[in-house]
Design a protein around this ligand. Sequence first.
Ligand code: URP
Ligand code: ZN
Ligand code: ZN
Length: 464
Amino acid sequence: MDTLIKNGKIVRSDKTFLADILISGERIIKIEENIECEDCKVIDAKGCYVFPGFIDTHTHFDLDTGFTKTSDDFNTGTKAAIMGGTTTILDFATQDRGSTLKKAFDVWTKKAEDNSFCDYGFHMAITEYNDYIEKEMEEIVEMGMPSFKLYMAYDALRVDDGCIYRALRRSKDIGAIIGFHCENGDIINALTKESRERGEKTTYYHPRVKPAEIEGEATERVIAIADMVKSPLYIVHVTCREALEKIERAKDKGIKVFGETCPQYLLLDISRYGDIDDKSFEGGKYVLSPPLRDKKNQDILWEGIKNNIIDFIGTDHCSFNFKGQKDIGIDDYSKIPNGIPGVEHRFYLMYTEGVMKNKITLNKMVEILSSNGAKFFGMYPDKGEILEGSIADIVIYDPDENWTISYKNQYQNVDYTPYEGFNVSGKIKHVFLRGNHVVEDGNMIIEKPLGKFVKGKRFDYDRK
Ligand code: URP
Ligand code: ZN
Ligand code: ZN
């Protein structure tokens, strides 16, 4: 049966307007005022906003760190995503050193296939670069993964500058884009060693061994390498002025560099790690890398969004339970598994803290939560905008009902949320995934996961 969404305020990245939406099968087939349809299932969206399904460009589900495994797998993580209006996630399929990218794809496909409530795609994280991988990258792009990630920190994951140079040169030739985790790994190692030698144990020290300067340095370095080979790139999880101003300067010079930030860097700050005398382990909940920064960076990042320095928002959802996982490092902050949850709450936080507080417009919100992710990672115009012919990934949202985020009311499979007590505006009433009604009146109405692998097209160099 076809579906007719009536009287909603449709929000696109370029405009907001009142119209009806007719869905047939997987696609939107008509957007007009006063559509009539006798045999349709009719959803009354009067007073509601109608958004394109949101795209989270950055998740880590079912990730084994070697010591422990994220508490959310694809099943629980994508259910939480859908309940928060996210209809597509991009997870990081990570190469094992000594192994191939195709093997990583197979492993991640096994985790995600028939086990995902929203659609999913992968960025391929390369942890060892060599002639074989260089060749294989093209096949990976052809298989529908036009984006890669390289780490500049974490000894188990990072590659050196020579590899970065080669990978960027290669990515340009094959129509791919690489995202970089920008922190100077050598300096982190030196600072951490000195900190441990001084006997420092508490979470207060986590951000002190990973200061903003080393994020700024790595960001500047990778942009310079990309400029040498004239390759586009993007910077994942930008946290601070030191990184943002490097991206801004590069954009001004015409370098094709793009920026992602995350809600945690816009809304939470370094005080979460406690002060120097704090002996509690509360700060363990916020241990991630790069760490939360001094509060003054928050306004700088919001401005960066407004001025198109930051292009999209991912969550970097990487959840570990506070009890039994984070507390592996209760006596040593450097052993705490890095990462925090957030896939369920991204839209609510960005709407309440961004749109309601006049930091961004509704249309900008759609751009950074959906349209730009779709464009950068080869899914547009199928996804990322409400257009005739697009896939019917749709969120219907009632802005009038307010509620409070708590670990007690979340779908994320983790025993805390970093946003505990945040009051948020509005409630998602309905979610459609490829035309399937999956959330009705705020409740998940399907039992079987319907998410499919999304093949991304090659990166479009001339789009910006
Ligand atoms: O602490 C974090 N962000 N963990 C996830 C891995 C990463 O660096 O994105
Ligand atoms: Zn990272
Ligand atoms: Zn990440």
